[in-house]
Design a protein around this ligand. Sequence first.
Ligand code: SF4
Ligand code: SF4
Length: 470
Amino acid sequence: MYNSKSKIATEFIDHQEILATLEYAKQNKNNLPLIETILEKAATLKGLTYKEAIVLLECDSEEIMQKIFHLAETIKKKFYGNRIVLFAPLYLSNYCVNGCRYCPYHAKNKTIPRKQLTQEEIVKEVIALQDMGHKRLALETGEDPENCPLEYVLKSIKTIYSIKHKNGAIRRVNVNIAATTVENYRKLKEAGIGTYILFQETYHKETYEYLHPTGPKHNYAYHTEAMDRAMEGGIDDVGIGVLFGLNLYKYDFVGLLMHAQHLEDTNGVGPHTISVPRIRPADDVDVKDYSNAIPDEIFKKIVAILRIAVPYTGIIVSTRESEKTRADVIRYGVSQVSGGSKTSVGGYADSKEEHTEQFEVSDNRSLDDIVGWLLEQGYIPSFCTACYREGRTGDRFMRLVKTGQIANVCQANALMTLKEYAEDYASEHTAELAHKRIEEEIHNIPNPKVKEIVIENLHSLDDGKRDFRF
Ligand code: SF4
Ligand code: SF4
């Protein structure tokens, strides 16, 4: 029986309720009066229920789709302006005891070399990332209690935060590691992580169990209830996501929004971010598992509807996606992108390290290319990490977002961090574009006092001072 407030996975992600919802959407396919009502509600920025959102996803009227894209773009502009936050993944270890059928790190893959970075190697990786200009990382590891225990992850976080190289610093470390205990989540919180990210992969229990035949990840309930344990352990910014292409996308789309609803109803705050990875080719992965892969048009539609269904939640897209797709989804909803990414263990310091790659990257451009490209398209690339450092997390963060007050600080922080990037890391061409954009955008800081301080800080950045934030 569906119960969004239950702590039991199969009750807050209820299979029968998802099937009934999909049936409801089918029966209301292209039901224009209903769709108009849903769009009117979405326009008030209150978000949508999973039942409303799936009616939009089911619709295939071109005219309605254009309306959805237009609304998504408007909502995106309202909450995120033209700012795009940048980050990079950092792979620490590819040891893994699980048997995920879609991932080359699965335990039975004997062709991939296993590697775990030493603390000295982490220093090298982080210096390479800092030299690119990154300030925000997402740590990635496989699951292996013996070869990659939590103590190793905690030690690595400490190392990463301690590295100060030239003007560089990693100011926010998000963590994407396997589902764990409340006690371990508490330790991660104490280590100063930003967001805890864990993808559900698929919400369809039977498919989930097929795709994860061995290892601790096989346990659907333990995995699905992980975010509740993370929140119990004090982590109030969590990031969810599904790997589109593993199961029928409409089922997972409903599951994703049900999960968001559950977190909001039980913990008072929904997910901080939603990631939308799509499956990519990789070493020793059976191609027949791609049979549910979704085409670009549907992918774009999913992102746009997520944007209007959960307007306060950041949407993340990685370099799995091509330049063209990233341009589309940034326009309709995505607020964070990775740039210059390596998906291998040790790939930043050693550019030839490709053997340990988790998946093929589609967007191979350097961070400087991506920053320049975003600027050319009218965006403000942002290296902001301020909220977590200022204690604006969980419901405190959501309150500021919902009242629109966050825009003041986001715009200011975006411009100051872009200026840092332009001074310290950008190519001549990108720096020129950045300075121009900063000049144009200062006037869009709504609060006059904040604007005055930003102008002062931008001058101080010219004088060599760093790390200003609101
Ligand atoms: Fe291991 Fe994660 Fe890959 Fe599964 S997806 S094999 S848990 S690294
Ligand atoms: Fe994100 Fe907060 Fe920075 Fe805005 S001010 S970009 S919400 S970290």
